[in-house]
Write a protein that binds this ligand. Structure first.
Ligand SMILES: [Zn+2]
Length: 473
């Protein structure tokens, strides 16, 4: 299948997407080069040159300790020797695993990267989402501090998450995952052999992460219509197009590691990162399903347990979100809504938020962090009552718009099955218990200020226990 907007097309790509409604005025090619090629590895040195890196200055290389294979060779030593052979002065930083055995997206690691940067240097990250986010944010902080823009090239090692082309970084702040404004890389290198040889679990997760829009886009549209988000534009949905149909058509190729399919997946993942960045928020790709996933991460993080592949966890939360939409769109009748009861007072909700999070974090830190964010949403919800009344009057039209943006849960499961992604929570690695998922479903809305379908069912007074029985299957 072909993409409407192909990020490999360079200037022509930027030219065509700059005409889409919602493209930021005056923004010119924020990422100068994106390669999706067989043997792109061999062009890495040229890409660094083009990004403005200098061979007589240090090239800071950030990666983790995980061994990676590419066409039968050790990837990291291969990159190091190739670059050294081209005269680059490498300074490698190997990020060490945290308590759960993985490198977490923490400010401690970000600080390590920032401290290694110096005037005139350049930065290369070699890794998947977390390593990229850490490196990206380290150079962003350096730039904020010094005013110096460090040339930064991303070498993507897996088709795993939509982090590589974004100018934001999801990081743990006081134990809670928050997305911080960050920077774009100057170039993205997708070497197809590297992506093909990544653990397949990560590739399947990449497809899963990109199914999130079937919940996050209706969430965004809903929030916009309820006066809770003024940032909505159609840019993201136009950019992504029929992504589910594309994955279904490419599923066999993705599974077999055919380079054309690997490239197509990498391109859609790049589009996902751009869809968020150009919309100035993660909102187009992060709604109820991502907050559920963040809450599962939070529980595992507090227990110092390893995290499952982000996208596969998100995909299963997306299926739950799509079931929730299905149920809501079928059953909601505005005539039966008692609008007076849709506005709980702040002290009631503060109690709810703090006590809910005390169940997983008795220190109260997570609860305080979540309430600080949630209270802003609650205030806005009260302020925008007229928007809700208006939406209810026009429910039929709004319902149609939401319907257009979501997708049948069965169709999502069909895509996951076709690419060989986990279909059940206990099939994740490590498995996720029903209690953890239930906690995430019940409390996702209480975690942050962005309005999702999860908030609407709370404000409308729906019985979440009964809903959980409907959507968990
Ligand atoms: Zn994600």
């Amino acid at each position: 299948m072909k993409l409407t907007y192909d990020p490999a097309a360079g200037a022509a790509f930027w030219e065509s997407i700059s005409r889409l409604p919602g493209y930021p005025a005056g923004l010119h090619q924020p990422i100068r080069q994106m390669l999706f090629e067989s043997d792109a590895l061999l062009r890495l040195s040229d890409v660094l040159d083009a990004a403005g890196a200098r061979r007589d200055q240090p090239l800071v290389v950030v990666w983790d300790a995980t061994p990676m294979r590419r066409a039968g060779e050790d990837l990291k030593p291969l990159i190091a020797s190739l670059l050294a052979g081209h005269g680059w002065q490498l300074r490698t930083i190997t990020l060490q695993s945290d308590a759960g055995g993985q490198v977490l997206a923490s400010m401690t690691h970000v600080e390590t990267v920032r401290a290694a940067l110096q005037p005139g240097c350049a930065l290369l990250s070699v890794g998947s989402g977390v390593v990229t986010d850490i490196a990206k944010h380290g150079s962003h902080l350096y730039q904020q501090e010094t005013g110096e823009h460090i040339p930064y090239v991303v070498y993507q090692t897996a088709n795993s998450v939509s982090a590589f082309t974004s100018n934001m970084a999801p990081l743990f702040v006081d134990g809670v995952k928050r997305t911080l404004p960050s920077r774009y890389p100057d170039a993205l290198v997708c070497d197809l052999e590297t992506l093909r040889d990544a653990p397949y679990e990560m590739t399947a997760a990449g497809v899963g992460d990109m199914l999130a829009p079937y919940v996050s886009l209706p969430d965004w549209y809903l929030a916009h219509q309820l006066g809770m988000d003024s940032t909505y534009t159609p840019l993201a949905e136009r950019l992504l197009g029929d992504i589910g149909g594309l994955y279904l058509a490419e599923a066999q190729g993705i599974r077999r590691g055919q380079l054309e399919s690997v490239a197509l997946l990498a391109k859609t993942i790049a589009l996902g990162g751009l869809a968020m960045s150009l919309s100035h928020a993660t909102t187009p790709l992060s709604g109820f399903e991502h907050v559920m996933s963040h809450l599962i991460d939070l529980q595992n993080e507090l227990l110092q347990r390893p995290l499952a592949a982000h996208g596969s966890q998100v995909a299963l939360a997306t299926v739950i979100g799509a079931r929730l939409y299905r149920h809501f769109l079928d059953a909601f009748d505005p005539a039966e809504l008692n609008i007076e009861q849709c506005y709980p007072p702040a002290h009631t909700m503060e109690q709810v938020v703090r006590s809910s999070f005390a169940a997983v974090d008795p220190s109260g830190k997570a609860g305080a962090e979540c309430w600080a964010d949630y209270r802003k949403k609650l205030e806005a919800w009260h302020t925008h009552r007229a928007d809700l009344e208006n939406a209810l009057r026009n429910w039929h039209a709004l319902r149609g718009e939401l319907e257009k943006r979501t997708c049948a849960p069965q169709q999502l499961l069909g895509i996951l099955e076709a690419v060989g992604a986990p279909l059940r929570w206990d099939a994740l690695n490590p498995p996720c218990s029903e209690d953890q998922v239930r906690f995430a479903f019940f409390n996702a809305a209480l975690m942050r200020k962005r309005l999702t379908i999860g908030d609407v069912i709370i404000f409308f007074g729906w019985d979440r226990g009964a809903l959980w029985d409907q959507v968990k299957a």
